[in-house]
Ligand binder design. Structure first.
Ligand code: ATP
Ligand code: MG
Length: 228
């Protein structure tokens, strides 16, 4: 079973002459099909941790392993390719491209990879849009969508290339409870259906409680909530 492991991760941000250690010697591991919730107050380091796990941010210390491959020690090109294939990322502020339709936003990952298999990719995109209940939005532009619909598109875009792990940053942020619950259940179903390991940063304890395990970031530490 594929596994993502982060060991002894530390990250300090410098702003002016002030330094703040956001993550201090943090370790976490995630298997295929697993689901982990990361909670903690605003500014505690949730986004930072997710970005480090996905290789979008480099830690000051520590390593990220995919099975026994140390992603942090790979040469840049390999790391870049592995990262693109292994991970999906749904951003806190979803960053859909305004000039592209829903379908084109989802197709972006294949375009960037210069993947010419349009028919196969197109089928995959339509399957995921269907699973997320947004097939009818495929030709719409982001400005035509509600917040909840945009979140679903951002999630679709994060999974169309069949990643092993998906990092979701506040996928239910700014949604009412009803829409939030729809997205919660969809993300959990996606993880189960495709055997994807998900890490979800959320302020919503109800959502976190539906995931297999929950961790809290506090003063740079990452603690299992069950052990508190
Ligand atoms: N690029 C950066 N440069 C300097 N400081 C940063 C940078 N990114 C994040 N920080 C700081 O690191 C801390 C953690 O930020 P992070 O975005 O990880 O928090 P968060 O838990 O995701 O918060 P929120 O719940 O508001 O999304 C914050 O104090 C933030 O100001
Ligand atoms: Mg954040």
């Amino acid at each position: 079973m594929n596994k993502l492991t982060a060991t002894n991760i530390s990250k300090t941000y410098q702003s002016g002459d002030h330094q703040s250690e956001v993550l201090s010697n943090v370790s976490i591991s995630l298997s295929e099909g697993d689901s982990i919730g990361v909670i903690g107050s605003s500014g505690s380091g949730k986004t930072t941790l997710l970005q480090i796990l996905a290789g979008l941010e480099i830690p000051d210390q520590g390593d990220i392993y995919f099975n026994d491959i140390n992603l942090s020690s790979n040469n840049a090109k390999n790391f870049h390719l592995m990262r693109r294939n292994l991970f999906g990322y749904a951003y806190q502020f979803h960053y859909l491209l305004d000039d592209l339709t829903v379908f084109e936003n989802c197709n972006l990952v294949f375009k960037i990879a210069n993947d010419k298999k349009f028919n196969k990719n197109s089928k995959k995109i339509m399957q995921i849009l269907d699973e997320l209940g947004i097939t009818s939005l495929q030709n719409k532009y982001p400005y035509m969508l509600s917040g909840g619909e945009r979140q679903r598109v951002a999630i679709a875009r994060a999974v169309v290339h069949e990643p092993k792990f998906v990092l979701m940053d506040e996928p239910t942020g700014n949604l009412d409870q009803e829409n939030a619950e729809v997205i919660q259940n969809l993300t959990i179903k996606l993880s189960q259906n495709h055997n994807i390991g998900i890490v979800v940063a959320t302020h919503d304890l109800n959502y976190a409680g539906k995931l297999k395990s929950v961790f809290r970031i506090e003063n740079g530490d990452l603690k299992s909530v069950q052990n508190e």
